[in-house]
Design a protein around this ligand. Structure first.
Ligand code: CMP
Length: 139
């Protein structure tokens, strides 16, 4: 089933000029980048985006990091895109990520882990709507 997921290339990756290298891994997997924008996330945007993690001990650190530099927000489309992109990203902690995954290739640690991807189709729709309007997405 064709579906969409939401992706963020995080500040640790944009800082190292890895946008193209990460997009190459995404595209090699068969997922299509159907919307993409480079932005500086505001604190309000980051706090809203990561609202489910508000009570976690790393919430402040996470918001600080996500607002520390440019990010690239993306919509990816493909067969079972949510699960497919989670496979391409690898485990949250790069120490546990499989060979060839984005996080194994590029992530520094569990916080500076280069990419975000939605964890469900329901959250993908919510996350996409936070950053894109329907007209921005060209499938
Ligand atoms: P992400 O998929 O963007 O969603 C939540 C993020 O919290 C996750 O990726 C990690 O980057 C971050 N995170 C999870 N655990 C930790 C941790 N122990 N310390 C710092 N950041 C974390």
């Amino acid at each position: 089933m064709t579906e969409r997921t939401f992706s963020i290339i995080k500040p640790d990756a944009t800082e190292r000029n890895l946008t193209g290298a990460i997009n190459a891994v995404i595209e090699a997997s068969g997922l299509r980048i159907v919307a993409q924008r480079r932005i500086r996330m505001s604190r309000a945007q980051a706090e809203q985006f990561y609202g489910v993690h508000k009570e976690r001990p790393f919430f402040g650190e996470l918001v600080d990091f996500m607002t520390s530099g440019p990010v690239v927000v993306q919509v990816l489309e493909g067969d079972n895109a949510v699960a497919a992109y989670r496979d391409v990203m690898g485990a949250t902690n790069p120490d546990n990520a499989a060979d060839g995954t984005i996080r194994k290739l590029f992530a520094r640690n569990v916080g500076e882990n280069s990419v975000h991807g939605s964890d469900s189709a329901e959250n993908a729709a919510i996350e996409i709507a936070q950053f894109f309007s329907a007209d921005d997405i060209v499938g």
